[in-house]
Design a protein around this ligand. Structure first.
Ligand code: RNT
Ligand code: ZN
Length: 421
């Protein structure tokens, strides 16, 4: 797209929005608060760097597809992520999983990892001026094969995972300290069962005890923020997931943790957007895993759809941008992986920009006056206001390509780099 064209469209959009009492420049200023944490695991299909042939194995999640060009090591991941970030306006962070350490030739088991294994990433993040987030990896491991980790009745298994997660929090706090921005450490575990269990209570009690032990070590809030992520079901945990929404919502509220809402982890007709104003009455902060569920499956590439829009709208309407950490969570190996990132991250940004451009004052007046037809009419009108002209201008101001111009850039990277792998 040509700059002159972007500018002309923006000027018109600005006038149109002004008629509805919306200041587009102000909305763009607010976009500075929208930092997307890019999940590192779309680069390599959640394989990790523990062994040369590491691959996602178990845990109720699955990657399908064999599109060429996946990253095979940390330097390829870094190269790919830099391409992604160069195609995105605004600031990003990187969200690492514990299996992505720089482990060298020797195998390091999960209960042995230390900050030194992540120093390569920390130095890289420092160089780029970005923050890091972190996740314990409680799947793809022989000790998670029977489907239980932090809630295992096998005490040696449970101790192994407690040690792993404790170490992960220390590493995350070191990341936060070294980079001057708190790292969010998120705990998601695959624990659950395929068929109906009779002792749900014991597993949930064990999970609570494990978490209490893990969180007993305190870190300054400027270094570390703790989040817990629930799930409805996974592959092989269809009948019961130990860390359900009820479980973690209570845990987070009682223990002042962030609750992570992954919108692929709820019943298909449940709206995560609707939950935000409830949850924010009881917890200080939220972590989002923005994703796209399709039928029974989650983790498709995020798009600018009703679900992502409602999530962003409800955060903006609650005036809670500063209380929400935005992460992405999808893994698709059936298309260009860099393309997947750029589409998903742009969709998240667009959802927030769209929400910031909502003619809220006008709609609220109608709502408070009981004028429901007028409210719906304005919401419908707002759907079609030229938000994309504002997004393109946001790209231009940040010196990144606008419109669909990223397609060509990614195709070029594919030809010159990805297909040579
Ligand atoms: C799995 C959870 C979890 C993972 C990542 C890899 O259902 O959504 O967040 O996707 O940790
Ligand atoms: Zn998730």
């Amino acid at each position: 797209m040509k700059n002159a064209q972007i500018l002309a469209a923006y000027e018109l959009a600005k006038q149109q929005y002004a008629e509805y009492g919306v200041d587009t420049d102000l909305a763009l200023e607010k976009m500075k608060e929208v930092t997307i944490s890019l999940h590192c695991w779309q680069t390599d299909d959640v394989a990790g760097c523990e062994r040369p042939d590491s691959a996602l194995d178990g845990g109720g999640i699955q990657v399908t597809g064999n599109y060429p060009g996946k990253a095979r090591n940390i330097s390829e991941m870094m190269a790919d992520l830099e391409v992604v970030m160069n195609l995105l306006p605004g600031q990003q962070r990187l969200n690492l999983h514990a299996i992505y350490g720089d482990f060298g030739e020797e195998f390091t088991d999960r209960d042995q990892i230390e900050t030194k294994h992540f120093q390569t990433w920390i130095d890289w993040a420092k160089k780029l001026g970005i923050g890091l987030d972190f996740n314990a990896t409680c799947f793809s491991h022989p000790k998670s094969n029977d489907g239980f980790t932090l809630s295992s009745k096998d005490e040696s298994v449970r101790r192994f995972w407690i040690e792993h997660v404790k170490r992960c929090r220390r590493i995350a706090a070191d990341m936060g300290r070294q980079l001057g921005t708190p790292a969010v450490h998120n705990i998601w575990i695959p624990d659950g069962s395929k068929d109906a269990p009779i002792d749900r209570f014991a597993h949930r009690k064990l999970l609570k005890a494990s978490l209490d032990e893990i969180f007993a070590e305190a870190f300054p809030a400027e270094y570390l923020k703790d989040a817990v992520e629930s799930k409805l079901f996974g592959i092989g945990s269809e009948s019961m997931v130990v860390g359900s929404h009820d479980f973690y919502l209570c845990y987070a509220a009682q223990n002042k943790k962030l609750i992570c809402l992954d919108n692929g982890h709820f019943h298909p007709t449940e709206q995560v957007g609707d939950k935000i104003s409830s949850v924010l009455q009881f917890v200080d902060e939220l972590l989002l895993h923005m994703t796209r569920g399709v039928r029974w499956d989650s983790d498709h590439v995020l798009t600018f759809n009703d679900e992502s829009k409602l999530i962003a709208q409800e955060i903006v309407r609650s005036n809670a941008l500063n209380r929400v950490k935005i992460g992405l969570d999808f893994f698709d190996a059936s298309l260009n992986r860099i393309g997947a990132y750029v589409i998903g991250a742009r969709a998240a940004q667009q959802a927030f920009l769209y929400a910031l451009l909502e003619p809220r004052e006008m709609i609220l007046k109608y709502e408070e006056a009981g004028k429901n037809f007028e409210r719906l009419a304005l919401l419908e009108t707002a759907n079609a206001l030229p938000w994309s002209a504002v997004y393109n201008y946001y790209c231009m101001k940040n010196n990144v390509v606008a419109g669909s111009d990223y397609i060509g850039e990614i195709q070029e990277y594919e030809t010159k780099t990805l297909l040579l792998r």
